[in-house]
Unconditional design. Sequence first.
Length: 345
Amino acid sequence: MDDDLAFLIPDAFDSDTGTVIVLLPDNSVSHIYNVNPSIIKEQCPLLYHAFELGAYNFSQANIEATSRAAVVSLLRFLYTGSYITTAGSDTLLHHAVTFKIAQDFDVPALQVAAYANFNNKTELSSCYATPPADLSETIRFLYEHLASHQARLEHTLVDTLLHYCLSIFAYQQLGHSESFRQAVYDIPAFYKDLCRLSMERNFQDDGASELLQLPAPKTIPEFKLDECNHIIHDFWQDPEDDNAMLIDDVEPTNANDNNHFAALVHRPKNSTDMAFLPDSPSSAEEDYGFTLVHRPKSHGHGFDDTTGAVYESDMSTMTSPELLAAPSDLDADGDTDTEDSWSLV
């Protein structure tokens, strides 16, 4: 891109000039001298107010930009009203970087000029059998700086480029261009947008099927490994441990349900040693191998392991009757209590 700074040559009697110090993405610094702040004051107030007195009382402005050429285009437009000087500066990438810096420094007239030139260049490039030399660089620049959701609501540079690439995909054989294929591989969002646009156009463009056969772009990890170390730590277990329990296998308990508990029932080997509460009525159920035992609701009963006697337990009533086999020759006599006072054992 053109970097001719002849338009910045100051008048012999004009000493009111300053230096624009540009910090570039690679952390390098570029200096542009002989910039007159008074000339740019009306058209670009943001750049004008960036000037301040530096060392030795020299005026200087410290700014950030995507490239030195972008700043030169901005200054040339502010000085002359145009940022294009030669055929070499009429490129897709030049128009894209100029639009970006015009947006950053709020110069609407330059934005309109760069936007119009970008659209004109894509239409003109469609007439050639080969794509622009800087097509892949333009794709990378747009998706790095101007492809956010908010940015695409404010302009259609990305959409214009997508329509251009899809329209001339077969004619200019983009599928065989190494630089284009690499851009598709490196920028998944670009490939996704191309496929979505092709689907919206019902795959009517030449080369639509070839587009879908391009190498799959490299995947973008959902998260970094160091960001999920705590997850790995919390859920790690020894794969050789057969007794290890997965967290998913643990069912949550209901803290409000206090009636569910495990109970052990003593069953003596000698059935004659087993004592039951008195006055338990005999019934026909004994013929089926079980006996009704009185068990008050307020608390449970158990058996003493040494004496076999029934004792009062602090445990609350079991939630459901427990059916246990018992010898059929066991007897129990007694009065019948209420229905709720009996349970099957």
